[in-house]
Design a binder for this molecule. Structure first.
Ligand code: C5P
Length: 298
């Protein structure tokens, strides 16, 4: 018996980052959106824990840990521990989300594993318990469970859905070299960044109204200067996206992936065509899309 659960990549339409907390994390006021790039996670009952990763569409998976350090195995073990069972599973990940790209691919795998094993073992774990376990696994994992568009606070693990009247299209431009999330946050501290946080009223009202122009003006990622100071070469990618006709360019999370905001699916394909022509690899993805959900039962 196997179950496959699909989980989406996330982007941050606003990533407001405060000054570092005593526990080393940063307080966030962020707006997440799930976009149409996916990892599919298939779990199968086994006596021992194991994980395998297969790339979809040319994703480089060489940096994904394959032992107990893989976040999907940590998620499985945490769920088993919570329910005091000694079940184990093989976790097969078909990876369509670029690794270490600021798109929370690992968090998607963890969320998908929680949902898949909950089904496989018929645990019926209440949503609030799954969200709490998810928050222990990583700051972005609760959002990967709920998907859509959501406001995130705390260190990002406290999420609540927000109204989104838009039908958004993104051009997603990954980078060959991943960036460590921890390193970007550290650089943020080195640069002395991090002021008071506020709810992003401008962004939330642009989303509610589905107003593309207002959204383009409201996109903001506080980590951008930190990522650019570690990787100044990333500015060229951003400039290329804007030159290709995107309404705005935004760094995804801690980077190095960039996002271009398009007018429509056709416009997104047009921008992608220009970028591909100039030798830049990219994808077109809609948002918002659903959180972790089962796609097959075997
Ligand atoms: O929570 P997660 O394991 O995804 O975080 C990875 C790293 O990113 C943390 O170890 C921390 O260095 C940094 N981080 C942070 N503040 C946050 C989220 C993550 O400093 N709100």
């Amino acid at each position: 018996m196997s179950i496959t659960v699909r989980a989406a990549a996330k982007i941050n339409l606003r990533l407001g980052v405060g000054a570092v907390r005593p526990d080393g994390y940063h307080p966030l006021a962020t707006v997440y959106q799930a976009i149409g790039l996916y990892d599919d996670v298939t779990v199968t009952e086994r006596d021992e824990w194991s994980v395998a990763v297969a790339p979809l569409g040319g994703i480089d998976c060489s940096e994904v840990p394959l032992g107990g350090g893989n976040i999907a195995i940590r998620a499985g073990r945490l769920l088993a521990e919570h329910h005091k069972t000694d079940h184990a599973a093989h976790i097969a990940i078909d990876k369509g989300i670029p690794v270490a790209g600021g798109l929370a691919g690992g968090s998607a795998d963890a969320a998908a594993t929680l949902v898949a094993l909950d089904r496989l073992w018929e645990l019926d774990t209440p949503d609030e318990v799954l969200l709490e376990l998810a928050g222990r696994l990583g700051s972005d994992v609760p959002f990967a469970l709920i998907g859509g568009t959501a406001y995130g606070t705390g260190r990002g693990e406290l999420v609540e859905p927000v109204p989104d009247g838009g039908d958004w299209w993104w051009v997603v431009v990954p980078d060959g070299t991943g960036l460590s999330t921890a390193a970007v946050y550290e650089q943020y501290d080195v640069l002395g960044l991090g002021g008071p946080l506020a709810e992003p009223a401008d962004l939330l009202s642009a989303l509610r109204a589905g107003d593309r122009e207002a959204l383009a003006a409201a996109l903001l990622n506080d980590l951008e200067p930190a990522a650019l100071s570690l990787r100044p070469d990333l500015a060229a990618t951003r400039d290329g996206i804007l030159r290709s006709g995107a309404r705005a360019a935004l760094l995804s999370g801690s980077g190095p992936t960039w996002l271009g905001l398009a007018e429509s699916v056709d416009h997104a394909r047009e921008i992608a065509g220009v970028l591909i022509e100039s030798g830049v690899r990219c994808w077109v993805a809609p948002g918002p899309v659903a959180g972790a959900h089962a796609v097959t039962h075997g």
